[in-house]
Design a protein around this ligand. Structure first.
Ligand SMILES: Cc1cc2nc3c(=O)[nH]c(=O)nc-3n(C[C@H](O)[C@H](O)[C@H](O)COP(=O)(O)OP(=O)(O)OC[C@H]3O[C@@H](n4cnc5c(N)ncnc54)[C@H](O)[C@@H]3O)c2cc1C
Length: 169
């Protein structure tokens, strides 16, 4: 699927936040699912790289959703991605893979992630908050340590979700 870069922001020395406007991409995904991404017509690197879906923003102008990933700049593929600019064409395939299985009755979910493990866990925290009325407050924060602030645990069967997202951003 041909898409284009909406933004490619630096989060820290090693990590970046990439938004890809992807026409035809499903608006929903399961936390833990991933996409394959590469610059178009790329020969080196030839193979796309896998990235967990961090979130999918609904289309502002109702044309296409924006698929967001968080990535660490390591080798050839991610160095190449880090140089991509707004509006540039990019190839994206997905959503792929399985997602987390959630038990029906979970009163408290403590989510811990670090580094490139953060995106699927942040997506899970968001899904728990959305689907189960969680008291999650800070799932949008990926910098430093994010924790629930001042939210009173709702009474069962609602769920409390404490995303402790600690990483080397
Ligand atoms: C299902 C899945 C989901 C993933 N989700 C994410 C995600 O959300 N975010 C994310 O950032 N990554 C994610 N990854 C990993 C991501 O695909 C790899 O970081 C990426 O493939 C690295 O590609 P590259 O081209 O930069 O490195 P390559 O050139 O392919 O490097 C190959 C190997 O060498 C290592 N390497 C290369 N250069 C260096 C270096 N300078 N220092 C140390 N090690 C080095 C890499 O770690 C890698 O193991 C995911 C992988 C999978 C399979």
């Amino acid at each position: 699927m041909h898409a284009h870069v909406a933004f490619n922001r630096r989060i820290s020395a090693a990590y970046r936040h990439l938004g890809i406007v992807a026409p035809g991409f499903p608006p929903a995904f399961g936390p833990g699912q991933f996409v394959m991404v590469r610059p178009p017509f790329s020969i080196d690197p030839f193979l796309p790289r896998a990235f967990s879906i961090y979130r999918i923003a609904p289309p502002a102008d109702r044309t296409a959703p924006t698929v967001e990933i968080l990535y660490k700049v390591l080798g050839k593929g991610t160095q190449c991605l880090s140089r991509m600019e707004d509006g540039q064409e990019v190839e994206i395939l997905g959503p792929l893979g399985n997602s987390f299985t959630l038990q029906d009755r979970v009163d408290i979910a403590v989510l811990v992630a670090g580094g490139i493990g953060v995106p699927p866990i942040a997506a899970l925290a968001a899904a728990l908050g959305r689907d189960r009325g969680s008291g999650t407050r800070d799932q949008g924060s990926v910098k430093g340590v994010a924790r629930e602030r001042g939210a009173r645990p709702p009474s069962p069967p609602w769920h409390t979700c404490l995303p402790l997202v600690s990483c080397d951003f």
